[in-house]
Design a protein around this ligand. Structure first.
Ligand code: MN
Length: 326
C-alpha cells in the first residue's frame, strides 16, 4: 500500500527528476526512522507521513514541502536529530520539519476538562492567542499547511484512539485548525475537518443531523444534476464561456450550525446544495448572474456580491438563491 501512494506522488507531472530523487530519499529516510513504530490503527507508522505528503502533493505543493511532510514526525518521534536532517536534506527542509515539531508543543486546553470554571470569554481569549501563536511560530505558511494536512489524517484515523484523546483532539480541530483553514481560504478542508470532528464533539446532535439530512441531500443532488445542463445551455446561448460547473453540498456541521444559529428548520435552508459556475473573468460573472436572473426569479435579500465586497479571507464570488425549475 505504501509504495502505491508513493508512486502516485512521484507520478505528478509537475515533478522533475530531481524532485523525484528528493522525495524518494525523504521517503526512504522516514521509513527507516519509523521502522519499528506503528500507528494506533496497527498500520506501519510510515502510512501517516505518506498520507500527509500525498494530501499536499494533491494541492500542488513543491517537492521541498512534500519531502518535509514525509519527515515531519522524525524529529519528535525518532532518533533522528536536527543535525542529521540538515546534513541529509539541507536547511530549508530541516526548518520546515522543525517548525511542525514546534507547533505540536503548543498546548490547547479543553474547556470541559480544564481545572476551575473557565469562563466562555477566557476560552475565546485562549483560542485567539493560540491561533496567533501558531501563525507567529510557524514563520512560513508551508509549516501551517503541513500541520493542517497532518491534522486531517489524524482526524481520519481518530477512531483508533481512546475516548479522552478523541474528544480533546476533535475539539481542538474544530476550535483551532478548522478556523485556520478557513482563514487561509481553504474552505473545503475547513468543512472536512469540522465534519470529521462533529461526531466526537457533539455525538447526539451529529446522529440527529444525519437522520434528518441524509435523504434531503440525495433529493437535492438529484435535482441539481437535472438542472445543470439547462443552465449551461442558457449561459452558452448568451455567449458566456463556462469553464466549469459543479455542485457542492453543504457540510453537515455547517448545516447544523446554521440551523442552530438561525433557529431554522431544514426546509428553510436554501443552500443545502449549491451549483458553482466558473467563468473566465469578473465581467462574465455579472453577465452570468444576469442571465440566470432573466430565467429564474431570485429570492429577495439573498443576492450577495462578494466580488465588490470580498470575505475577510479574500474569497470572491457572486451568490444568488433562485426559484429554479419546478
Ligand atoms: Mn504527524
Amino acid at each position: 500500500m505504501s509504495t502505491e501512494i508513493l508512486n502516485k506522488i512521484l507520478d505528478k507531472p509537475t515533478f522533475k527528476e530531481k524532485d523525484r530523487i528528493l522525495i524518494g530519499k525523504a521517503f526512504a529516510v522516514a521509513q527507516e526512522a519509523h521502522k519499528n513504530q506503528k500507528r494506533s490503527s496497527g498500520e506501519p507508522y510510515i502510512t501517516h507521513p505518506l498520507s500527509v505528503a500525498y494530501f499536499l502533493s494533491e494541492l500542488g505543493l513543491d517537492s521541498t514541502t512534500v519531502a518535509a511532510c514525509l519527515l515531519h514526525d522524525t524529529l519528535e518521534d525518532t532518533s533522528l536529530t536536527h543535525a542529521d536532517l540538515e546534513k541529509e536534506f539541507g536547511k530549508e527542509i530541516t526548518f520546515l520539519v522543525d517548525g511542525v515539531t514546534k507547533l505540536s508543543k503548543i498546548e490547547y486546553s479543553d474547556p470541559s476538562t480544564s481545572s476551575g470554571q473557565a469562563s466562555k470569554k477566557n476560552h475565546t481569549d485562549h483560542l485567539n492567542s493560540l491561533k496567533k501563536m501558531i501563525f507567529a511560530m510557524a514563520e512560513d505558511i508551508r509549516v501551517i499547511l503541513i500541520k493542517l494536512a497532518d491534522r486531517y489524517h489524524n482526524m481520519e484515523t481518530l477512531k483508533f484512539l481512546n475516548k479522552t484523546d478523541q474528544k480533546r483532539i476533535a475539539l481542538e480541530t474544530m476550535e483551532i485548525y478548522a478556523p485556520i483553514a478557513a482563514r487561509l481560504g481553504m474552505g473545503r478542508l475547513k468543512g472536512q475537518l469540522e465534519d470529521l470532528a462533529f461526531p466526537y464533539v457533539y455525538p447526539a446532535e451529529y446522529s440527529e443531523m444525519m437522520k434528518k439530512a441524509k435523504n434531503k441531500y440525495k433529493d437535492v443532488l438529484g435535482y441539481i444534476d437535472k438542472t445543470k445542463p439547462l443552465i449551461k445551455r442558457q449561459l452558452t446561448d448568451a455567449n458566456i464561456p463556462v469553464l466549469d460547473m459543479h455542485s457542492r453540498t453543504k457540510h453537515l456541521y455547517s448545516l447544523y450550525q446554521k440551523i442552530t444559529r438561525k433557529d431554522k428548520d431544514l426546509d428553510k435552508i436554501y443552500d443545502l446544495v449549491a451549483m458553482r459556475i466558473i467563468v473566465p473573468d469578473i465581467k462574465s460573472c455579472y453577465e452570468a448572474l444576469g442571465v440566470i436572473h432573466k430565467y429564474y426569479k431570485p429570492l429577495p435579500g439573498l443576492i450577495k456580491d462578494y466580488i465588490a465586497l470580498p470575505k475577510p479571507n479574500g474569497y470572491q464570488s457572486l451568490h444568488t438563491t433562485i426559484f429554479c425549475e419546478k
